[in-house]
Design a protein around this ligand. Structure first.
Ligand code: SF4
Ligand code: MG
Length: 319
C-alpha cells in the first residue's frame, strides 16, 4: 500500500524595501545627499533579496558614518578612517556575510587613505561606498582630499591650497577589481550600480558624488544638474559604447588597456562627468587564495566555528 506523505512547503521569504529600514531617528541635515545614497543602498539590497541577517555594514566617522544606524542589518560604527580594515576583518571572520564598508571622502581618502590603497591589493570580497561631498561635513566644512585646489566652499576660511586626489584613478591603480562612480540624487541608477558592485566577487569601490547643501555650495544639486551644449553634465557610461570589462584576464595587454582607458575616463571632469562602471575584472578573491595557498589554519580563517573556539592558549599567553 502506498503511504501518502504530505509536506508543508514553506514559501520562500521575500524582502521588501522596508525590511532594510530602521526606526532610528535620522540626524542628517534636511536635503542632504546622504538620504539618496541610503535609499539606493536599501533599494540595491532589496533587489538582490539578501536576508538582512546576512549583511554587515561597517562605517568610519563623519556624517556618512551614521549610515549603519539606518540600515536594518548588522552594523558597526567604527573609528575615523577604519571602515575598510574592520570590514575586511568582518568578511574574513565570517565569509558568509555580504559586507559593505561605507564612509566619507575625508574619512576614506584622508586618514584612511593607506587602508583604501592597500585594500585594492587583496581583493577581499566586499564593497566600499564613499559618500564624496568634497568637505568634512561633520566638522563644519573644511576641504577634504577631493576638493579641487583653488576652490573655496562656504565653510572654508581660505581656498584649498593642496591638489585634490583622484579616487577613481587611485582605486584602479591600487588593484580594485570593480570601480564605479554614482550620484546621490539619481537613486535608481545608483541602486543598480551598487547592486552590480555587491554581486561582483572581489573588492568593489564606488565613489558617490554627494551634495552637502550646508557646506558645499560649489558642487550642489544645481551644478550637477547643469547642461552644456545641450548635454547634461552627468552622463552614464552605459549610454555610450564604453566597455569597462576585462574579457580575458590572461591577456595583459587587454588588462592594461582597460586600466588606462578607465584612468583616462576618471580625469573627465567639469562640463561632462561620467557615471557608472569604469573598470571590472574577475580575479580570484583573497579568500579564494587563502583557501588554495594556506592549508594550515585555513579552516579557522575561511570556515570559522564562531561558537566553540578554545581560546585558553590565547588567554594564557596574555597572563
Ligand atoms: Fe549632509 Fe552636509 Fe549636513 Fe553632513 S553637514 S548631514 S553631509 S548636509
Ligand atoms: Mg565628506
Amino acid at each position: 500500500m502506498t503511504e501518502l506523505v504530505t509536506q508543508t512547503v514553506q514559501p520562500e521569504k521575500t524582502y521588501a524595501l522596508k525590511d532594510y529600514k530602521t526606526n532610528v531617528h535620522n540626524t542628517w541635515c534636511p536635503g542632504c545627499g546622504d538620504f539618496g545614497i541610503l535609499n539606493s543602498i536599501q533599494m540595491a539590497l532589496a533587489e538582490l533579496q539578501l536576508p538582512p541577517h546576512k549583511i554587515a555594514v561597517v562605517s568610519g566617522i563623519g556624517c556618512s558614518g551614521k549610515a549603519p544606524h539606518y540600515i536594518n542589518t548588522y552594523g558597526l560604527h567604527t573609528l575615523h578612517g577604519r571602515a575598510v580594515p574592520v570590514a575586511t576583518g568582518v568578511k574574513l571572520a565570517n565569509p558568509e556575510l555580504t559586507v559593505l564598508a561605507v564612509g566619507g571622502d575625508g574619512d576614506g581618502f584622508g586618514i584612511g587613505c593607506g587602508y583604501f590603497i592597500n585594500a585594492g591589493r587583496r581583493n577581499v570580497d566586499l564593497t566600499y561606498l564613499v559618500f564624496d561631498n568634497q568637505v568634512y561635513g561633520l566638522t563644519k566644512g573644511q576641504a577634504s582630499p577631493t576638493m579641487l585646489k583653488g576652490l573655496k566652499a562656504k565653510g572654508m576660511a581660505e581656498p584649498a591650497v593642496q591638489d585634490n586626489l583622484n579616487p577613481m584613478a587611485l582605486a584602479i591603480s591600487s588593484g580594485y577589481t570593480f570601480v564605479g562612480r554614482g550620484y546621490a540624487l539619481q537613486p535608481r541608477s545608483l541602486a543598480q550600480l551598487i547592486a552590480q558592485a555587491v554581486r561582483h566577487r572581489g573588492t568593489a569601490f564606488i565613489d558617490i558624488l554627494q551634495t552637502c547643501p550646508v557646506y558645499n555650495d560649489l558642487h550642489d544639486k544645481e551644478w550637477y544638474g547643469q547642461q552644456h551644449d545641450g548635454h547634461p553634465r552627468l552622463y552614464q557610461l552605459d549610454d555610450t559604447d564604453y566597455d569597462p570589462c576585462v574579457h580575458d584576464v590572461e591577456d595583459e595587454g587587454e588588462v592594461m588597456a582597460k586600466k588606462v582607458q578607465a584612468i583616462a575616463k576618471s580625469y573627465e571632469w567639469g562640463q561632462r562627468i561620467p557615471l557608472g562602471c569604469f573598470y571590472k575584472i574577475d580575479l580570484p578573491t583573497f579568500e579564494d587564495q587563502l583557501a588554495q595557498g594556506r592549508p594550515r589554519g585555513m579552516d579557522s580563517i575561511t570556515r570559522p566555528n564562531l561558537f566553540n573556539r578554545d581560546v585558553t592558549r590565547l588567554i594564557e599567553s596574555l597572563r
